[in-house]
Design a protein around this ligand. Sequence first.
Ligand code: B16
Ligand code: MG
Length: 217
Amino acid sequence: MKQVGFLFDLDGVIVDTAKYHYLAWKDLAETLSIPFTLKDNERLKGVSRARSLEIILELGNRTMSEAEKAAYCTKKNDVYLSYIDNLRADEVLPGAGEFLAAAKAAGIPIALGSASKNAPRILDKLGLTALFDAIIDGTVVSRAKPDPEVFLKGAEAVKLPAECCIVFEDSVAGIEAAHRGGMKAVGVGRKEDLPEADAWITGFDGLTPADILDMLK
Ligand code: B16
Ligand code: MG
């Protein structure tokens, strides 16, 4: 088998933390008297914390100083972490843990490529940290997806050329980031939502690493 590396997004691929981001942003939006719905929350997926707040302020036609924004981001994160601290290992998306373990057993290098600054804490709570050879998260990346930085750093960390890496992503911006980095992208979701992906899966349940390589042939 040709040497490949797997690069995984976190939220929406390994675990559904979007619901906790939603609850924490909703709490903040209420404090600011800005209406914020589950549909609005879709716009925050894969987007950085700072940009997420800006989107919410746009929804409410509001502005605030950079210092206020920083304070509200911290406030939101404190609420978010109160949910993350109660995250259970069984909240890993179906089959994702088994798929990661099978990839590891097959000798496939694995890296995380997430916008979240809380990614290491989340992987720890899920008991998945040991399966990753590298963790590239919001603390080491300066340019958000669709910039390829997060995945290029992932490829570098697992010492593989970009063209040998396969990205697993649930967001349009993430699929674009993979392609801009010269990597193949497996869309975790529906073809109509992620039309640019090279293959699509609805989740990892019942899938093996070899199945993925077959899909991309
Ligand atoms: P944090 P991903 C992203 O994770 C989330 O999808 C996005 O909603 C969130 O704002 C972002 O992480 C930053 O998260 O506030 O924890 O640093 O999809 O890139 O794994
Ligand atoms: Mg995601």
